[in-house]
Structures are given as C-alpha cells and as structure tokens.
Design a protein around this ligand. Structure first.
Ligand code: TXA
Ligand code: MG
Length: 319
C-alpha cells in the first residue's frame, strides 16, 4: 500500500486536488504547471480566476524557473526564513502560468515548513499551487477535519498533518517594487524582515491595486457578526448587543461579569497562542450557531499584528 504522501504525489501528477498541511493553514494543492488542475482549485473554492495563487516549492534553490531577476534581497529573505511562513512576490519566471499569477507579471512563492508537505514537495519535484483550503472569503482551515467538513467531497485526498503550528496565513512580502512591501502580516514580522534586509519595509493598506483577496477589507469572515472591542469596553458593548442578539460569544482572555446569554470563550494572552486558536474558535462558534462574536484582540506585537489584521477583516462590513 502506498503511503498517504505517495498517494498525494500520484494524485498531483494525474491532475488531482490534494489538501496539504502547512505550518500556517491547510492548502488546496494542485500541480502548478497543470492548467486544468489549477482551474479546478478555483472552481472548488468559488474564487474569482483573476486572483493569483501561491506556488509552494521544496527548497529555496527551486526558485530558478519560477522567478526571474531574483535580487540579493530576495535571496537573503529566502535564506533567512525558508522553510517558513513567508511568501515572496517576485517577477515571474517561465514556469509560472497565467492561471497561477492571475495574468500579473509577478508570482508568489514559498517553501512551507511542515514535514509531510516537504516530503510531498520533494517527491513531487515541481511546484505546487495552493491557496488556503476554504471557500472564497471564509475562514482558513487549521485542521484536516476543517477541510473535510468544508470541501471533503471535492478534494481527492486530505493529507492529515495535525493542527497547524502557526494558525494564520504566511506573511506576504512584495519584492517586485523598489521598496519591499508587506501585503499581508503573518508570523514573520516587519521587524524581522528589516533586520535581514537592513532597510525599512512598507506595510500596505487596504484598497491597494494589487489583486490579493487577502487584502479585501472583508475577508476571513465567520457567519456570525463580529465586533472588535477593547477590554475596558466589553461590559458596555455586550450590554448594548444583548438587547438585540440572543446568542453572544466573548472571545477574550478575561471576562467581566456577563449576562447569562453570553458565553465566555477564554483566549490566550500570548499572541502566538491566540493565533493558533483563532480560526478553530471562529469555526466552532459558527457551528454552534452564535449570532454575534465579541473579540478582544491580543497585544499588537509578534503574531498579534496578524491576528488583529484578520480580526479587523472578519469584522468589516460584508458586501
Ligand atoms: O500561509 C499561506 O500563505 C497559505 C498556505 C496554504 O501556504 N496560503 C494562502 O493562500 O493563504 P491564499 O491564496 O489563501 O492567499 C494568498 C494570497 C492571496 O491574497 C493572493 O492574492 C496573494 O497571496 N498573492 C498570490 N500571488 C500573488 C501575486 N503574484 N501578487 C500579489 N498577491 C499575490
Ligand atoms: Mg485564503
């Protein structure tokens, strides 16, 4: 019997879709050089085809062919943080198809840090296109069960690598412009990037012209209405919300005395631990039918920056 990784490799070679574990979130993977297979990813996710997907590589040295004009800065970041939760946006090389880049002149590349997926990537040999394994606009999956529950019938195999260690998507750095820009915050912070580059990086704001759905104001959203609230405002906000909603959850490290209709979901104080629990908690609260989630974000340091970013988007008005 072939091992799950061997089965996954065979499926990728034959144009199949495989859900893969990474250190950040689970990805929905296909052979990046098989146009039909990549199109299936978009169909399953319900994602507009103009949105580019990240190509996952087994080693930093595999960059050649996927990117061109690879700068010293790009090499330094790849060397420092790969394998790891960092995606580099570089000028595309000949192996990057239009269906992968959304027709742009750039491609997103990363070497993920998960033992099963590295084994898969080494065995597969090529690049693997993989967005997060959720429907467009929904919360990313951080366990194999999340993927099975949401897309189970539509993927050929879910490779179970346990719960994701980081819990939020990779930091995306655009190196295609003159000044490096963080397009999406993640576990690798601007300070870490600046230390390696020896120069400042920009942090992008929403509404940029770059086609990155992770940059849309409303994204990563649960079904429930979500409100971001500072700890000292929790009591007042809940009192107001409780006049309208019957089922309210409070995601916070500490809870003040609460009305009986409000459930406190204890969240870690430490930002990295908060990040690890974030998406599983949002999914669980949705599954349990809460109408309203009130969240007190962690401190704005380390992974706290990424968590606050995702919570802000989840709280943004839906279109
Ligand atoms: O941690 C992660 O990055 C996960 C795991 C599976 O690797 N992947 C992930 O993929 O979050 P996805 O597709 O859900 O988000 C990737 C983001 C999207 O916002 C996409 O638009 C952006 O990266 N992106 C990809 N290629 C790009 C490019 N060439 N230029 C600008 N943005 C790009
Ligand atoms: Mg996504």
């Amino acid at each position: 019997m072939a091992s799950p990784v061997e089965q996954a490799i065979a499926l990728l070679h034959s144009g199949g879709l495989v859900a893969i574990p990474t250190e950040t979130v689970y990805g929905l993977a296909a052979d990046a050089e098989n146009e039909l297979a990549v199109r299936r990813i978009f169909a399953v996710k319900g994602r507009p085809s103009s949105h580019p997907v990240i190509v996952h590589l087994p080693e930093p040295s595999a960059l050649a062919g996927w990117a061109r004009d690879v700068s010293a800065e790009a090499r330094a970041l790849a060397e420092a943080f790969w394998p790891g939760p960092l995606t580099l946006i570089l000028r595309r090389g000949p192996r990057a198809l239009d269906v992968v880049t959304g027709g742009q002149d750039t491609v997103g590349l990363r070497v993920p840090d998960h033992p099963l997926t590295r084994e898969l990537l080494r065995g597969f040999g090529g690049g693997v296109a993989a967005p997060s394994a959720n429907r467009f606009g929904a919360v990313s999956p951080t366990t194999a069960d999340h993927v099975r529950g949401e897309l189970g019938g539509e993927v050929d195999l879910v490779l179970d690598g346990g719960p994701c260690r980081v819990g939020v998507e990779s930091t995306i750095v655009d190196l295609s412009a003159s000044v490096p820009a963080v397009l999406r915050p993640g576990a690798i912070t601007p300070q870490q990037l600046e230390r390696v580059l020896g120069s400042p990086v920009r942090t992008a704001t929403t509404g940029s012209t770059v086609r990155a759905p992770g940059l849309l104001p409303s994204h990563y959203a649960p079904r429930a209405g979500l409100y971001l609230v500072a700890q000292e405002e929790v009591s007042a906000r809940i009192a107001t919300l409780a006049e309208r909603a019957t089922r309210i959850a409070l995601m916070a490290a500490e809870a003040p005395p609460l009305p009986s209709t409000v459930e406190h979901v204890p969240m870690p104080v430490e930002p990295a631990a908060f990040a690890r629990k974030l998406y599983a908690t949002l999914r669980d609260l949705d599954a349990r039918g809460f109408e309203v989630i009130v969240a007190v974000p962690p401190a704005e340091t380390g992974l706290g920056i990424a968590v606050r970013d995702r919570l802000r988007r989840a709280a943004a008005p839906r279109s």
